[in-house]
Design a protein around this ligand. Structure first.
Ligand code: NAP
Ligand code: F7E
Length: 329
C-alpha cells in the first residue's frame, strides 16, 4: 500500500514542526505550504524543520492567494490536510485587524474551496482555538460553550470554525476542528508569554538582560505541551465521522504562576526581575480559560501526559542550554 499523503499549512510553525515529525514517524509522505520568502531564507525561516527538511516536500504558496492554494492542492491531492497557518499572535491582531481577518478567514476559505473542487475525499483539520470562547459564560469550556471572542484573531477563528462545519454539513466533507487551548514548547515563538518568560530567564542568567517586562500577570490559561496536542489533531482525522473537539489539560494557572515557576527553576526570585508595563496589556483581555477535554478523551482516547511543571522545566532548560548557561534550580 502506498504511503498516506499529508498536506500541512503552517509547517514552519511550532505545531507544524511537531506534526511533521509525528507524521514522518508514521511513514506519511509529508507536504508543506510555506511562503516563498521562506525558501529564500531557509536558515531563519525554516529553522524549526531544518532537521527534517530533506524528508519534506515544500511548496511555495500564500494564504492570501486562491490561485496558489489551488495549484498546491491540485499537485498534492492529500489524503489528510492540516490547516495550521494563521496570523496566530493575539496582541498583533489588535494592531492589524484587517490583515489578521483577511489571512485567517480567506486562507481557510480558499483551502476548503480548493479541496472541495479538486480533492473532496481529503480529510481536513482546522486549527480552532480557545480564543473563540473569549469571555466565556462557562468554566470549564467544552464543545457546547457559547463563543464570545475578544479579538479579531478570535473572531477569525470563529469564522474558520463555522466555515469548516459548513463544508462538512453542506458538501459532506470530512472536516473537523480542534478547539485547542494554549500549548507551548521550546519551539514556541518568542512573542508569546511562555517563551518570552523562559527566554527572559535564560538571558538574565547569561547576563544579557537585567529585567523582564510583561503585561497582565493575573490572566489565567490552560497550558499544555504542543508535542502531544498534535497527536490529537491526527486522531481527529482517523475517526470515521468528522467532528469538533476541545483539547486541553483541564488545569489553569496565572501568568504570575508561570513566571514564578520559571524563575525558581533557575534558582531566581522573579520579584527582583519582573516589571509590568501597562502598554503590554490588551484592549480586551480574556481573564480565564480552562478546557474540558472529556470528549477528546472518550472518543479519541487522547489525554495529556505532560504537566505544567514539566513543560516549564523543559522550556527554561532548553533556553538556558541554547545560551550556554547552567542554573542552580
Ligand atoms: P505559529 O508557530 O505562529 O505558526 C504559524 C504558521 O502560520 C507559521 O508556519 C507561519 O509561517 C504561518 N503563516 C502565518 N501567516 C501566514 C500567511 N499569511 N501565509 C502563509 N503562512 C502563514 O503557530 P502555532 O502555535 O504553531 O499554531 C498553529 C495553529 O494553531 C495556528 O493556526 C494557531 O492560530 C492555532 N492555535 C495555536 C494555539 C497555541 O497555543 N499554539 C492554540 C490554539 C490554536 P511563517 O513561519 O512564514 O511566519
Ligand atoms: O498570552 C498575558 C496575555 O500571547 C497569554 C496563541 O497561541 O493561545 C495563544 O494566545 C496571556 C495573555 O497567548 C504578556 O495578556 C502578560 O492573557 O502567550 P500569549 P494567547 O493570547 O493566550 C491561544 C489559544 C491561541 O490560539 C493563540 O494563537 O499572557 N501576558 N504579559 C502577555 N502575553 C504576551 N504575549 N506578552 C507579554 O508580555
Amino acid at each position: 500500500m502506498s504511503a498516506k499523503r499529508a498536506l500541512i499549512t503552517g509547517i514552519t510553525g511550532q505545531d507544524g514542526s511537531y506534526l511533521s515529525e509525528y507524521l514522518l514517524a508514521k511513514d506519511y509522505e509529508v507536504h508543506g505550504i510555506v511562503r516563498r520568502v521562506a525558501l529564500e531564507d531557509p536558515a531563519n525561516r525554516l529553522s524549526r524543520i531544518h532537521h527534517i527538511r530533506q524528508r519534506l516536500k515544500l511548496h511555495a504558496a500564500s494564504l492570501e492567494s486562491y490561485a496558489s492554494i489551488h495549484r498546491v492542492v491540485h499537485e498534492v491531492q492529500p489524503d489528510e490536510c492540516y490547516h495550521l497557518a494563521a496570523q496566530s499572535f493575539v496582541s498583533y491582531s489588535f494592531d492589524d485587524e484587517f490583515s489578521t481577518l483577511n489571512a485567517n478567514i480567506n486562507g481557510t476559505h480558499f483551502l476548503l474551496a480548493a479541496l472541495k473542487t479538486l480533492s473532496p475525499g481529503s480529510r481536513f483539520y482546522f486549527a480552532g482555538s480557545s480564543e473563540m470562547f473569549g469571555m466565556a459564560e462557562d468554566v470549564p469550556q467544552n464543545e457546547e460553550t457559547r463563543f464570545h471572542p475578544r479579538s479579531s484573531y478570535g473572531i477569525s477563528k470563529v469564522a474558520g470554525f463555522h466555515l469548516t462545519r459548513n463544508y462538512r454539513e453542506a458538501y459532506g466533507m470530512h472536516a473537523s476542528s480542534g478547539i485547542l487551548f494554549n500549548h507551548e514548547s521550546p519551539r514556541r515563538g518568542f512573542e508569546f508569554v511562555s517563551r518570552k518568560i523562559s527566554a527572559g530567564v535564560a538571558r538574565i542568567l547569561a547576563g544579557r538582560s537585567s529585567d523582564l517586562w510583561l503585561g497582565n500577570l493575573d490572566a489565567q490559561r490552560d497550558w499544555g505541551h504542543a508535542r502531544e496536542y498534535v497527536e490529537a489533531m491526527w486522531l481527529m482525522l482517523q475517526q470515521a465521522v468528522p467532528d469538533d473537539y476541545v483539547v486541553a489539560t483541564g488545569e489553569c494557572h496565572s501568568v504570575r504562576e508561570f513566571v514564578e515557576r520559571a524563575f525558581s527553576r533557575a534558582g531566581l526570585d522573579y520579584r527582583q526581575y519582573v516589571k509590568t508595563d501597562p502598554e503590554l496589556y490588551r484592549p480586551a483581555e480574556i481573564n480565564l480559560l480552562r478546557g474540558d477535554a472529556r470528549k477528546a478523551c472518550r472518543v479519541l482516547g487522547w489525554s495529556p501526559r505532560i504537566g505544567f511543571e514539566e513543560l516549564i522545566r523543559e522550556m527554561v532548560d532548553e533556553d538556558c542550554r541554547a545560551l550556554g548557561v547552567t542554573h542552580s534550580g
